[in-house]
Design a protein around this ligand. Structure first.
Ligand SMILES: C[S@@+](CC[C@H](N)C(=O)[O-])C[C@H]1O[C@@H](n2cnc3c(N)ncnc32)[C@H](O)[C@@H]1O
Length: 264
């Protein structure tokens, strides 16, 4: 199976991620950071979280990496528009980081591990680039803990299908619960786990994000070709998401799992 990043890089997906910042999505890692630390943010996307880290660890430099060059470009633009200069962005895969051994005091990765086919391999690479005593923070969702209401059969089918899509593309929608074990397996010690919920105020944000993934043409072609479902059913699923998002009592509470560990 080939690992494929399903959210893609459309303006919808990119602006969905770009709403994130350190306080909204990485607060659990802040107590471990200090001015002067060298920090890596792996799979940084448009860099909005990395920029917050840069402010905390100044005057040292925060480095963001992403496998996708368009995201690296966006991250540089965001740094420039926010006037943050102690930050760098580079293209690179989490499986083969372009850094020497023991280069960082802290490493972080947000909303990346659920898309990886070989999370342990990625963790071993993050372990390699950390200094002894260095700290790692990871945060990924676990779809087993999501609270989505009110439910209906078409909506349930849409959610089930999105999870299938992630699995069929090499990811794991339930990786959150495994992060602690993965850290231990990779050699990290002093592991702390926590969890949190993100409730979407505007349901149409998450509904549109999921609907567009379900109905994107490459996704539909692949799903039909592989026999996972048919084009008509996909249309019904994406419309169900949009209709649900207008419900006055709708709730989408996304479960996030967080872990912090040390390279002993
Ligand atoms: C869901 S986005 C998260 C972006 C950012 N960390 C955030 O939370 O806003 C996942 C990012 O991981 C990147 N990514 C996916 N697979 C990767 C890999 N193997 N190595 C490095 N980055 C990867 C994607 O290009 C994408 O920008």
């Amino acid at each position: 199976m080939v690992e494929k990043y399903i959210p893609g890089y459309s303006s919808n997906a990119t602006s969905f991620m770009a709403k994130r910042n350190v306080d909204s999505h990485a607060a659990f890692f802040k107590p471990y950071l200090q001015p002067g630390m060298k920090l890596l943010d792996c799979g940084c996307g448009s860099g909005t979280i990395t920029l917050g880290f840069a402010k905390i660890i100044a005057p040292s430099t925060a480095i963001g990496t992403d496998i996708e060059s368009s995201q690296v470009g966006l991250a540089w633009e965001n740094a420039q528009s926010q006037g943050i200069s102690n930050v760098e962005f580079r293209e690179g895969s989490v499986y083969e980081l372009p850094f020497s051994d023991r280069a960082f005091d802290a490493a972080f990765s947000h909303a990346v591990f659920e898309h990886l086919q070989s999370p342990l391999k990625a963790l071993q690479e993050l372990f390699r680039v950390l200094k002894p005593g260095g700290v790692l923070g990871l945060r990924s969702p676990d779809w087993g803990g999501f609270l989505i209401a009110p439910s209906n059969p078409e909506l349930d089918r849409a959610i089930t299908y999105y999870k299938l899509l992630q699995e069929k593309n090499g990811g794991n929608p339930y990786v959150g619960r495994h992060l602690r074990a993965l850290l231990r397996e990779a050699g990290f010690t002093d592991i702390k786990a926590s969890g949190s919920y993100e409730c979407y105020e505007d349901l149409s944000t998450i509904a549109e994000y999921l609907a567009l993934r379900i109905e994107s043409s490459d996704t539909v072609d692949l799903a039909v070709q592989k026999g996972w479902t048919d084009a008509e059913s996909l249309g019904v699923m994406s419309q169900a998401l949009r209709k649900w998002s207008q419900h006055p009592d709708g709730l989408f509470a996304q479960a996030w799992c967080e872990v912090v560990g040390r390279k002993g």
